[in-house]
Design a protein around this ligand. Sequence first.
Ligand code: HEM
Length: 409
Amino acid sequence: MTTAHESAAPASGALTYPFHDWSQQLSPHYTRLRETGPAACPVVSEYTGDRLWLVTRYATAVQVLEDPRFSSAAAMAPGCPRQEPVELRAPGTRGNAIALLKEAGLRAVLADGLGPRAVRRHQEWIRERADVLMRALLERRDTVDLAREFALPLARQSASRTLLGQLGPDEEEQLTRWADLGLRFCGVTARQQTAAFADMHRFFLAHARRLAGTPGEHLLKAVSEAPTESGRLGDEDLAEVAELLVVAGYPTSSGFLCGALITLLEHPEAVTALNRDPALIPAAVEELLRHTPLATGSAKRRATEDVQVDGETIRAGEVVMVSMEAVNHDPEAFEDPDAFLLGRRGPAHFGFGRGLHFCPGNRLARCLIDAMVRTVSRNPGLRLAVQPEEIRWHEGLFFRRPLSIPASW
Ligand code: HEM
């Protein structure tokens, strides 16, 4: 696809994006662009041919993500230049549940439902689940798969309890499959991707209200019961909110838990230190969020007017992308950025982004990562059963995830 904006961004010799770094190794292109490129580098989407700007430096990322002239909502509008092969929405839907909640006066319900009080209510249960899952593996004492048997069920069961209500096991699996199909750069056809979003939407049109009514204190219930000016959110809108919770909350948490587990197991000295002194765990969670890459693409913003970024003019309508992963490894911000250091000092990481669209699920995500780190640190004999470079990864996913994490004691 080409757009009216293609003439504006310089692209001769521009790299194609994404960089196909599906494993935990960040593409060297990020380092090269950060070291030798301009503050915003022109790249071309491999899938749409759209020309985009890519930001890899910490200071520029702060500037872009804190400037309201760079709009996230505008970057989701139909026809906007994009990195991904298809628009991330079911046909006929709005595709921006954040804007929808804001207009219905329910943004605060999202913030409260993911806020400190709500997360504290779930914290003990999440820690307990992590322990139960790990104990079951410990009893076996053979080689286990920490992705399939620990990180994924922990993320899935937590999403069910805190976000979506009581999903059946088949429903959880089906939603995971749709999210995996929809949120891809490659490996499926555009038709399959769009069908996955359409299927998920149909599922939630039929089931969101029922799920909202299932027992427990979950976000879907809070959103469905919250009063709006016109009464309460309609079925279409509730379905879109449920889709947002799946797409923003599940592949991120599950992929990140897997990646963070691998990082930890690659650093047995850190696990031993955490075992000796659990007071280090909160710092470990933050360092995991800085160090462990999650997305294989970038956060998008569209300029609503011409904006200067370090001497480069981003024209109105063009899209700037920020790679949180590259920014988190910028040596101008973080000394020895590729090292995993429990005692690291430095500026705030970009694991949850920055500015207006800072991840509202950050507390819940931190709670999950904290539970994982606690469980692993109580079992310092746990080891990867293969070399880290032998771990195989799903190819083409927006959010990195290994096929398995073989481990043993
Ligand atoms: C380890 C897990 C997670 C990570 C690393 C993560 C990371 C991020 C990042 C980097 C952003 C900013 C994107 C941008 O600037 O465009 C974001 C946004 C968002 N996250 Fe998370 N996230 C995680 C888990 C969750 C969970 C559990 C939820 C729960 C629903 C959630 C909900 C959201 C939502 C709704 C947004 C969009 C906010 C907006 O556009 O205003 N995230 N997340």
